[in-house]
Design a protein around this ligand. Structure first.
Ligand code: 5AD
Ligand code: SF4
Length: 455
């Protein structure tokens, strides 16, 4: 890779002013990390950065394929770029990430967005400098269609967007093939990074002052399965917990079929890991879970929650819920409401099912109208609102440790952050506290956050 980095750099150094790049990430945190790596490569190639695509000499849309609306936004924004490319002929427009791993998308770009110069996939980072160099040297297009591949893309210095919160991928890809999900097709099979590399990276981040380390993987619970079974995710958590320093460890996502007592034990025993678990349930109906190929039942799922709360009654959970899987009946949806009532999540992320070409569920003829799905979504959100309105009251009078993240919505003098339990906490204080841990005594509760005072 480095020889092409040098080549692009020497072209860029001959320009009157350093060229600017704009990287826009869509979708999940893993994609944000990929975008940070791309920025690292761009910096080495001599680019500065701009938030304004119209100002940029090189634009990357780092895309997401999980739902159709994310794809529509990419195409909308690409359409918008056309006018700038017409004014600035040597602007280089790149589309990367999950969408580009689908041949229908690449064909659409080739036919309707001919001004896109480079299309490259989730594992082509090492070849990206070559693509840029060739476009600079007159090649018309570069469409990389090698598929998701097996790389781990190690050794790239990221340009991190935060100075105190860092995401660290521990594995890439997914082997689960939930029937609605495109991820296994666009991200390939599970590949775990070596535990030594991960621990080294976390140690460096902590030494650099990072206070929150977010470990990322599509299913962190299968971490290590491809490493001769020498290490498991709970063991990795313990290794990271043993690193010296003041920091908190979070992780996502966990697949319930692989989340056992050993995971809960490691969370409660590691003092740097908050008593919090994001555990996507998707549905509370066993028949829907089966059609989704999730490989657990609602009862098994609730056992994990019960076990966690038997170990620590302040254990909080959040979840993802997929509404309107093809032909989900009203009764099946009611089962989702029931599990939400039982689990008492501190937060839910709910999505209306989006048909993804290439997945098994996309082949099912769906009789449920979209308006019905929207109504179900409203019912779910209303229920969750009632739950958090009640449950957040239990924090009143308690003192929580909070990582202060930014100014609050109330403007100057107000701050907001997240507690170890991943609850949003609003309080008043000086913005010099941003990026540090503070103690906040909780004085009030809303349905999405709690309010408090600095101790
Ligand atoms: N439609 C809607 N939501 C989806 N998710 C995954 N695939 C789809 C889809 N086809 C949701 C799941 C997953 C989260 C990251 O995105 O709830 O947990
Ligand atoms: Fe998609 Fe299921 Fe893999 Fe999660 S576990 S990325 S929902 S296939």
């Amino acid at each position: 890779m480095s020889s092409y980095i040098e080549k692009v750099r020497s072209v860029n150094e001959k320009r009157e002013a350093p060229p600017l790049a704009h990287v826009h990430n869509y979708g999940c945190q893993l994609n944000v990390t990929d975008g940070e790596k791309l920025k690292g490569i761009l910096l080495q190639m001599g680019y500065g950065f701009t938030e304004l695509p119209e100002e940029a000499d090189l634009v990357i849309f780092n895309t997401c394929a999980v739902r159709e609306n994310a794809e529509e936004r990419v195409f909308g924004n690409l359409g918008f770029l056309k006018q700038y490319k017409e004014k600035k002929r040597d602007m280089i427009i790149c589309v990367s990430g999950c969408m580009t791993e689908q041949s229908v998308i690449v064909e659409k770009i080739k036919s309707s967005y001919k001004y896109v110069d480079i299309v490259f996939g989730t594992n082509a980072f090492d070849r990206f400098p070559q693509f840029v160099f060739e476009i600079m040297n007159g090649r018309k297009h570069f469409y990389d269609e090698q598929g998701p591949g097996n790389d781990l893309s190690e050794g790239i210095d990221q340009i991190r967007s935060s100075t105190f919160k860092a995401s660290v991928p521990i594995m890439y890809g997914c082997n689960n093939f939930c029937t609605y999900c495109i991820v296994p097709y666009v991200r390939g099979r599970e590949r775990s990074r070596s535990p030594e590399v991960i621990v080294d990276e976390v140690r460096k981040l902590v030494n650099d002052g990072y206070k929150e380390i977010m470990l990322l993987g599509q299913n962190v619970n299968s971490y290590g399965n491809d490493l001769n079974g020498d290490i498991s995710f709970p063991e990795l958590l313990r290794m990271i917990n043993a690193i010296d320093g003041e920091f908190i460890v979070r992780f996502m996502s966990s697949h319930p079929k692989d989340a056992g007592k050993d995971l809960i034990d490691s969370i409660t025993e590691c003092e740097k890991v908050g008593n919090f678990l994001h555990l996507p349930v998707q549905s509370g109906s066993n028949s829907v879970l089966e059609r989704m190929n999730r490989r657990y039942t609602a009862e098994k799922y609730l056992e994990i929650i019960e076990y966690a709360r038997s170990k620590s009654d302040d254990f909080t959970f959040s979840t993802d819920i997929l509404i309107g899987f093809p032909n989900e009946t009203n009764e099946e949806f009611e089962d989702t409401l029931k599990i939400v009532e039982k689990a008492r999540y501190s937060n839910i992320y709910s999505f209306i099912y989006s048909k993804r070409t290439g997945t098994k569920a996309a082949l099912i003829e769906d009789a449920v109208p979209y308006s019905e799905k929207q109504e179900r979504m409203q019912r779910l959100l209303e229920l969750q609102r009632q739950i958090t309105t009640e449950d957040y009251k239990k924090y009143i009078g308690k003192t929580l440790t909070v990582l202060c993240e930014s100014e609050g919505k109330g403007g100057e003098g107000t701050l907001t952050g997240k507690s170890r339990e991943f609850i949003i906490v609003n309080f008043c204080g000086d913005k010099s506290l941003i990026g540090s841990f503070v103690k906040v005594k909780i004085t009030g509760a809303r349905n999405w956050a709690v309010d408090g005072e600095l101790v």
